[in-house]
Write a protein that binds this ligand. Sequence first.
Ligand code: ADP
Ligand code: ZN
Length: 639
Amino acid sequence: MQDKTPNPKNPKENKPNFFGNNPILFFFIFSLVTILAFKSFVAQDGMELASNQQVKIVKKSVPYSALKELLKTGEIEQVIIGNINIQALSKTRNQQQTAYKARKVADDSTLIPLIEQHNIAYGSVNEENYFEDILFGWVIPMVIIFGIWMFLSNRIQSSMSGGILGMGGSKKMINSEKPNVTFKDMAGNKEAKEEVMEIVDFLKSPERYLKLGAQIPKGVLLVGPPGTGKTLLAKAAAGEASVEFLSVTGSSFIEMFVGVGASRVRDLFEQAKQNAPAIIFIDEIDAIGKSRASGGIGGNDEREQTLNQLLAEMDGFSSDKAPVIVLAATNRPEILDPALLRPGRFDRQVLVDKPDLEGRIEILQVHIKDVKVASDVVLRDIAVMTAGLAGADLANIINEAALLAGRVSKDEVDESDFKEAVERQIAGLEKKSRRISPKERKIVAYHESGHALIAEITKGAKKVNKVSIVPRGLAALGYTLNTPEENKYLIQKHELIAEVDVLLGGRAAEELFIGEISTGAGNDLERATDIIKAMASLYGMSGDDISGLMVLNKQQNQFLGASQTSKDYSDSMAKKLDEHIKQTLKERYKVVIKHLKSHKEAVEQMTKELLDIEVITGLRVQDIIEQNGGVVYREPKDA
Ligand code: ADP
Ligand code: ZN
């Protein structure tokens, strides 16, 4: 795929922020100036009758007509015409004046002539009602301005981010801290910890590596199901190295407005560089890092821009000036854009998996430290009950148990509290996700043992790294991890057949040891079918009875990564091919069943150990086979 990375040397337009963290102050100044400007434009006066200070003024409201009549009497000395009212002040009598007030009748053209006719002093005024004035002149405008202000500042802020208005913005979404958690707080996951430790070492003493001309990793992808401690691991790395930890969530980059995400990414890296050495942690990176190809029609401009900016930033910074390492977490690495995984970006992947039995015990130990626990509590028992749960679930269980004990005023959290807490947690999870039942666990254990046994005794099969029945998400209940082969360009026919055998081993074991088959082998059978099909249709391995050397499918086969396309062979050939695939699978299955039968004890023991401790290594598998009289196939050293 084309890499659309723009020029990384993007000049940073960092606007000065005069009002810093005090937007309220700025708001008051802003609205004050606005209102004053408005008021000087529409000037107002008070309506005050010019009267003698010593006399008493009696106020009297009268109808307009009565006031007009009064004007004619010669009693009135002064008239003030307001925009709402007219006031007429009588001449002083007995140290007293009367101020008559009437509501003005609009457009009365006879009023002024009448006043003039009687030689009364008059003038006009803009009346001021204090309550109304404050309400209409100050409060309402303030509210309106505040509303507009909030609206604008949200909009402008989210699109400019960290701009002049200083409110909200990306500074808030980026959580910056110096964590005090360390690797001690993270239990289990030894391998993941070891990988991350290297990074810590670099952050602590970069010179040591740079002196040697070493290329420092910039990005590490933490892959694993939710709650397994990815965030914790990243935080602990920062804590161990005592560097700044800047964390954001991938989804928080994506806003309605195009360009916002990109500028937030810019801010994030800017902030990290200023605080270097630092660790940036991007949780749920799949929210931005989704493959651009999978964007659907029209794609998603905003996400693409954000992703491009992230790639540009990662390419742009150099660790020798400012050591910054980006850790990102995802539980769906398969949907990430390949550009993210290129060298110099997230080229390292660390698996942070759900814990096995030992791991769960360790996690429980970490979290139980501050809890008063009764002597009848055996952590191992809790760990056994919680197969398939993640670290976060275990932490929850301990807290829940403590709450349960507290509710009935116990002094210590005892076994029954833990049992109850486990049940609650599992019941809650069963609704949301998958937790396997003891029966399923047994099926999975036999299935995986079947794969592992065939892999270890068959010439040309990939050797087993580890076998696990710890469920990993929805896709796989258990797995047998094969050791990857380095630099292998050619696969021989017997190796392909060995792979088919290993794939069939799972299902065969279910049939043999459980007596019934399950849906668990669906994917295995699909892959086995693909391999045999490819052998016949692409590599001329099916013999002259079928297609001989004739290549049936020009395009790459699914088994090699891409999907099949053209079909340029006859229907009778298709029939022959189908028959061949079916026949070959049947033959291989027979062979596999035979192997499993003759290694019954080994399979039983493997299954028992798997049910016991959930994960066993390839070496242990070999031991078990040999202890039970089987022969492990070992490739000659320099074959
Ligand atoms: P993730 O980021 O993988 O979803 P978190 O790191 O947020 O998981 O884990 C949530 C919480 O679960 C942690 O804060 C911690 O309390 C607990 N936890 C998860 N895994 C572990 C572990 N391996 N050891 C100790 N605690 C863990
Ligand atoms: Zn399988």
